[in-house]
Design a protein around this ligand. Structure first.
Ligand SMILES: [Zn+2]
Ligand SMILES: [Zn+2]
Length: 374
């Protein structure tokens, strides 16, 4: 094949021979959806294809859509392109899209995370000629602790607050992050109260067979018990009358961006927990290497830094300009927070130690400023 199998059009990523879009941001005839976060799964398409475990979430978010579910690894041929979906380890039902046409293979990653967690099928590397990768945390400064250490920190914080008769309010994205945190909680510390937006998704997860600890709505808890509960709420609920019901509480935010020193202060919360549903820098490297791809196309995140790094490794690398946002920052209006964090990351690159990068080669700090929404 002489021309590219996937290109960017004004509607979104487009598979040319297959005549379908991947996570399009404008309404199209046929859309393959990698996962149900709002910037990847939009309403208004005529026909949807997604991984079977993600169909429930997509319907709960987009309503009555015309959708086909494909089991992971199962194939379907569309206009001569063999399509299959493979676990991305990001959220329930998240998938990488593999496209094979005339002996050539392209894979579009969507969002992915390489550390396995109990709320979704673990990331699976897929061999390909060209890999389209996200780069939300595509800077060498991003290195996650093992998630169990973060769960332990969250439980310690909750236990200490409960001992002092204070509720613990955790702000996080209601789809994916919330359920992952739930899966790591020690539920004997106290009741777990979920905001309605979170509880709706908990139900979808449980219906899909994912184990989560028991959770309740605020009205179900005695006033006295509220003093030792852990609350999971979307950031949009911060400062609302709903959250004021918990009285004197300690609050926290969970996101990969919490690795940046200013992020917790900017959120105005007591604690920041660094927990991301995206690959960190070593995770991106690991995933890209495992594909065996000679060509890598970088989307939303630190495009310039990652492209330059990959080129230095001898790969053919370039970027795609997309309209994907940042699900680590907020529910809905995610992009501003991500851009602010990326700008701050650029500033912090100058103070990050030079040996943070593999091989001691730190990419230019100015590059990521335009990132998540570039
Ligand atoms: Zn996502
Ligand atoms: Zn994304």
């Amino acid at each position: 094949m002489t021309s590219d199998m996937v290109v960017v059009r004004k509607e979104g990523l487009y598979c040319v021979p297959g005549q379908f879009y991947i996570d399009p941001w404008r309404p199209v005839e046929r859309a393959v959806i990698t996962h149900a976060h709002g910037d990847h799964a939009r309403g208004g398409h005529r026909h949807y294809l997604a991984a079977a475990p993600g169909v429930g979430v997509l319907k709960s978010r987009l309503g009555d859509i015309h959708i086909d579910g494909l089991a992971y690894g199962e194939t379907v041929v569309h206009n001569g392109v063999t399509i299959s979906l493979h676990p991305a380890g990001h959220v329930l039902g998240s998938a990488q899209v593999r496209m094979a046409y005339r002996g050539e293979v392209w894979v579009a990653s969507g969002d992915y995370k390489v550390e396995a967690d109990s709320t979704c099928t673990p990331f699976e590397p897929v061999r390909c000629d060209t890999f389209i990768t996200e780069s939300t945390f595509g800077l060498p400064i991003y290195r996650w602790q093992p998630q169990q250490e973060v769960y332990d920190d969250i439980n310690d914080w909750w236990r200490a607050n409960a001992a002092q008769g204070r509720a613990s309010v955790m702000q996080c994205y209601s789809f994916g992050k919330a359920q992952r945190i739930l899966s790591g909680l020690e539920s004997d510390i106290g009741p777990i109260v979920c905001h309605g937006a979170v509880q709706t998704l908990n139900t979808v997860y449980r219906d899909s067979g994912v184990w989560l600890p028991p959770t309740v709505m605020v009205g179900d808890v005695d006033k006295e018990d509220l003093k030792r509960c852990l609350v999971i709420a979307p950031p949009a609920a911060a400062g609302s009358p709903w959250v004021k019901r918990f009285g004197d509480f300690s609050d926290a935010f969970a996101s990969g961006w919490m690795q940046l020193r200013g992020a917790r202060r900017r959120r105005g919360v007591d604690r920041g927990f660094v927990l991301s549903d995206h690959a960190d820098w070593p995770g991106l490297m690991q995933a890209i290497t495992a594909t065996g791809a000679e060509r890598v196309i970088v989307t939303h995140g630190s495009i310039a830094v990652l492209v330059r790094w990959l080129q230095q490794q001898g790969l053919q690398a370039s970027g795609f300009d997309t309209e994907y946002g940042d699900d680590e920052a907020d529910d809905g209006v995610a992009i501003a927070g991500g851009a602010a964090a990326a700008t701050e990351a650029a500033a912090e690159m100058s103070v990050a130690t030079a040996n943070a990068a593999p091989g001691g080669d730190v990419p230019a700090p100015a590059a990521p400023a335009g990132a998540p929404h570039a």
